[in-house]
Ligand binder design. Structure first.
Ligand SMILES: *[C@@H]1O[C@H](CO)[C@@H](O)[C@H](O)[C@H]1NC(C)=O
Ligand SMILES: *[C@@H]1O[C@H](CO)[C@@H](O)[C@H](O)[C@H]1NC(C)=O
Length: 406
């Protein structure tokens, strides 16, 4: 009897911990709740360790992630998998065996807020094997350095160095990659790096080999407005809560984490901030850039007064290499055709939608692939045990786009 009572109490405690009211329409809410409970417990353990001075919050989190998810390079009958370096940056390479002599090539940057995860994780491993096989493509997964040990622009420099090496004659030859069929891709913070690299290469006239396509999966694109409609609508939707994104940004830009409430209030981009010209503001003006369907009833949050000077203290906020949405139209217009995936239940939805719109306005051919039931990071949950329906759908459509456009 006592055991049963204890069991019931424990079960209700677990249910209470796991249960989270989610917006209707999100794909398979119970799976998302379980996933969220898992992440939340890791986060809380890390916060406790941090508070006790045991280790940095991110350190414990990355330990947990690598322990659970990072796997060895294992070849299989269809795909040869090896660890290597490109431009001095660690990479894992997935090469299809057999098939045509010249392969397509994709360089990929993993997500994780510039601080977490690895391109050698199981979920990415499964994705890259499938891509290598289905597309007869060589996939290079890049392990750029992570915050807080490395901060902007180090991640960007790593992404740039690896991409430059990837496009060199020597590397294309080594992996039998067709120089006419190379693509840059990534998800979340990795898509941010992919977009930044693409913009940089767009300006280099002397490069012989250029990317044919850019495929950006729920990208992070700007840190000046934390009240876009998607930030407002999804601030409490797992797994990427609004304050966590602000924290990732501050950490990436090497800024003081005490600025988090300032960013969340949009006080850093208040009207008193004179370095934010009308031209810069127009690049992320979602009242103009988003269709009514996504603007919904939300109102812009523009503070008259706030914290002018933060932008000067944290120059990365205005640096296109960190915030690719701030690029000039002329630069965007020189980037290759694009695929931009966005999810309805994601704070970063509007970062992606605005970037897709600005690319389009600049004359780039854009496929904007939006998931009405998608949540942030869903595409890496396409395989068991975390398999989700929207994860599978989005992965299949991403691979199909690459097949048709690369
Ligand atoms: C944003 O766009 C709207 C609609 O075009 C316009 O009325 C508003 O002045 C713009 N705001 C800024 C800050 O550019
Ligand atoms: C933001 O600025 C307003 C003034 O516009 C101020 O009242 C508020 O305390 C500030 N909030 C933060 C978190 O800095």
């Amino acid at each position: 009897m006592r055991l049963r009572l204890a069991g019931a109490v424990l079960l209700s405690a677990v249910a209470y911990y796991v249960y989270l009211p989610l917006p209707s329409g999100v794909s398979e809410p119970w799976k998302l709740m379980l996933l969220d409970a898992l992440f939340r417990s890791c986060m809380q353990a890390s916060d406790i360790a941090h508070a006790l001075g045991v280790c940095h919050r991110i350190h414990l989190l990355s330990q947990v992630v690598s322990w659970v998810e990072v796997i060895e390079a294992r070849s299989c009958p269809a795909v040869h998998v090896t660890d290597s370096t490109l431009g001095g940056v660690p990479t894992r390479v997935f090469q299809p065996k057999g098939g045509k002599k010249l392969k397509r090539g994709v360089i990929y940057f993993h997500g994780g807020g510039w601080a977490l995860c690895s391109g050698r994780m199981r979920s990415y491993d499964l994705l890259f094997r499938k891509m290598a096989e289905d597309l007869d493509a060589v996939i290079v997964s890049v392990d750029y350095r992570l915050a807080p040990w490395a901060v902007f622009p180090e991640q960007y420099y790593d992404a740039l160095a690896a991409s430059r090496a990837f496009l060199s004659d020597q590397v294309l030859e080594r992996y039998s990659i067709d120089p006419e069929r190379v693509c840059v891709s990534g998800d979340s913070a990795g898509a941010n790096l992919a977009a930044a690299v693409t913009q940089k290469f767009a300006l280099e006239d002397t490069m012989r080999v250029k990317f044919k396509a850019q495929a950006l999966i729920y990208p992070v694109m700007q840190a000046l407005d934390f009240h876009t409609p998607s930030y407002q609508q999804n601030q409490a939707v797992p797994i990427l809560y609004r304050p966590i994104m602000a924290r990732f940004w501050l950490q990436y830009l090497g800024a003081d984490s005490s600025l988090e409430p300032v960013l969340l209030a949009n006080n850093h981009s208040c009207l008193e901030e004179s370095s934010l010209s009308a031209e810069i503001r127009s690049k992320l003006n979602w009242t103009a850039l988003l269709p009514a369907k996504h603007r919904k009833h939300f109102q812009p949050v523009v503070k008259k007064t706030g914290s002018p000077g933060v932008v000067k203290k944290v120059p990365g906020l205005l640096d296109v290499r960190a915030a690719p949405l701030l690029a000039e139209q002329g630069v965007l217009g020189r980037t290759p055709k694009a695929y931009v995936m966005t999810c309805e239940f994601d704070v970063l939805r509007d970062d992606g939608l605005m970037y897709a719109r600005r690319l389009q306005d600049a004359g780039v051919s854009v496929t904007s692939d939006h998931y009405e039931d998608g949540f942030h990071a869903c595409m890496v949950f396409a395989f068991l045990p975390m398999m989700s329906s929207v994860g599978q759908r989005s992965m299949n459509n991403y691979i199909r786009w690459l097949d048709q456009n690369l």
